[in-house]
Design a protein. Structure first.
Length: 289
């Protein structure tokens, strides 16, 4: 059997099984490529056209098939099986103690979308609800002059984040803090990043098992998804410097956000998922609430 044939076989098996995607891949083919290459010890950027006819031993076939069956049977995100996730080309450790990193905020960090709201006075960054620490790490990598605080209510998530901070050698510029919202974070911060629990109850009830395998605390935003966000927007101005901004992800809950804060002036940021998933709010706008 060749590598191409093995990937085709894995793709078919994943398609037939009805598993859900969305934790780094969006299709059975992409997930099959990821899992097969990982199990074979090949780089994820392997040129599949060049390696398509490479022979795969019976032992390798068996190992790959077992991994695909584990993915199907356990209905866990593939990232939990490989204990690795990628965000904007950066590798992160992950396990079941934290949500699989996939925040769209990573895009606006990488492409410079929010740079116009920042200045040389932007030196203190907060990543609230840091999870596995991916946004905190990406912020530190994007701006070598800043110091980042990654905060979360989950000690389990913070333990995973500590692995990633060390993995990227950022212990001197990224500190991790246990905090329920902003309660243990006096600030002031010049930039606040937050990918909070924002999934509304109806959406929570409809989540497939792969998403149910993640910590519920990181997803559940209450009836309309805005429970955490309401408290955040109330508390944030007192933790922000004069010209600070808040970058907030609300995913598919745009309608609920606008219903909860109809008068709030925000700037919607363009991402690969559209222009209604991530927004930016100035401190001045928050003071008007």
């Amino acid at each position: 059997m060749t590598l191409a044939q093995l990937i085709t076989q894995a793709t078919q098996r994943l398609t037939e099984s009805g598993v859900a995607f969305g934790h780094g891949t969006q299709s059975a083919f992409d997930e099959a490529v990821w899992l097969v290459l990982w199990r074979l010890g090949l780089p994820l950027d392997t040129d599949l056209d060049e390696e398509a006819d490479s022979a795969v031993t019976p032992e390798q076939q068996t190992a790959c098939a077992a991994l695909i069956e584990e993915r199907i049977t356990m209905r866990k995100p593939a990232a939990y099986l490989t204990q690795e996730a990628w965000l904007q080309g950066v590798s992160f450790y992950i396990d079941e103690r934290a949500i699989v990193p996939r925040s769209l905020i990573a895009e606006v960090l990488a492409d410079g979308t929010i740079d116009a709201w920042l200045s040389d006075q932007t030196t203190r960054v907060l990543d609230l609800c840091t999870g596995n620490g991916s946004l905190a790490v990406l912020a530190a990598l994007a701006w070598p002059e800043v110091h980042v605080t990654g905060a979360d209510i989950s000690d389990d998530a913070l333990a995973v984040a500590a692995i990633n901070v060390e993995r990227h050698g950022l212990q001197e510029r990224v500190v991790l803090v246990h905090s329920d919202g902003l309660s243990a974070l006096p600030g002031p911060f010049d930039l606040v990043l937050c990918n909070p629990p924002y999934v509304c109850q109806a959406s929570m009830d409809a989540l497939p098992p792969e998403f149910r395998a993640e910590p519920e605390l990181a997803l559940d935003g209450g009836t309309d998804g805005m429970d955490f966000v309401r408290q955040l927007l109330k508390d944030a101005p007192s933790r922000m410097s004069e010209h600070a901004v808040l970058v907030l992800e609300i995913g598919n809950e745009c309608a609920h956000f606008e219903a909860a804060f109809p008068e709030l002036e925000v700037a919607w940021l363009d991402t690969s998922a559209g222009e209604d998933q991530v927004l930016l709010i100035t401190r001045d706008a928050l003071l008007s609430l």
